[in-house]
Design a binder for this molecule. Structure first.
Ligand code: CA
Length: 233
């Protein structure tokens, strides 16, 4: 996809390498660049953390032993901020592997040094494939309703609710743009993507189904004469 991206959208294809050994960082930069990724290198934990927040990379190759802040701490801070950017850890020592595996969340994968740069590239690709298009800020919440974009799950007060694929896409679209009112035609073109093929009544039917499933917690509000918006009830 091309075009202008919002400031919050992850930059597609940017890999952040956080590695204090210049020789390793250079070879990773070379191989990842050759494979079509944009690459930014940082050499310390704090600089790495700051770069993730600023650049929104698609994936992070993160050394464990880093000056300033250890790689596992960088990961822990990102996850506690709700940042689920895929991380490939690089580690040289067994005790570091234990620390990575001990992370309750967030170790997507790790690779032990010395590694082949080709393998790092292959693992980054796998991490990106698993992450899907939305890798940052994956949970949308309005009131009691939470929508997890990566697992495509919706829950009300922690209780899982089964939505069809289209119901999910509709709710996701509205929740991703809270308080914005969309016409039925806009929703058809954004969610269904084939506005000409189905009537606007389709939108009403799906909204009714989502409301029936979410009950009073449903964030979808009807705006008379205009369309629908997601708002806290
Ligand atoms: Ca190191």
């Amino acid at each position: 996809m091309t075009g202008t991206r919002g400031a919050d959208a992850p930059t597609r294809g940017l890999v952040l390498v956080v590695e204090d050994e210049a020789a390793i960082a250079d070879v990773l930069r070379l191989y990842l660049t050759r494979d079509g990724f944009q690459v930014v290198v940082e050499h310390t934990g704090p600089a790495g953390l700051e770069a993730v927040r600023r650049l929104r990379p698609a994936a992070i190759v993160l050394d464990v032993g880093l000056p300033g802040m250890d790689g596992t701490e960088v990961c822990r801070r990102l996850r506690s901020d709700g940042d689920w950017t895929p991380i490939l850890f690089c580690t040289a020592r067994d005790d570091e592997i234990d620390r990575i595996l001990g992370l309750e969340m967030g170790a997507d994968d790790y690779i032990t040094k010395p590694f082949s740069p080709r393998e790092v590239v292959a693992r980054v690709r796998v991490a990106l494939r698993h992450a899907g298009p939305a890798t940052v800020g994956d949970t949308l919440t309005i009131g009691q309703v939470s929508l997890d974009r990566s697992s495509r799950r919706v829950s009300v007060n922690g209780e899982s609710v089964d939505l069809t694929a289209t119901e999910f896409d509709l709710l996701e679209y509205l929740m991703a743009h809270p308080s914005r009112v969309f016409s039925r035609e806009q929703l058809l073109s954004e969610v269904w993507g084939y506005a000409a093929m189905v009537g606007t009544r389709t939108v009403d039917v799906h909204v009714a189904q989502v409301r029936a499933k979410l009950g009073d917690a449903s964030p979808i509000r009807t705006v008379r004469g205009v369309g629908y918006a997601a708002e806290a009830t």
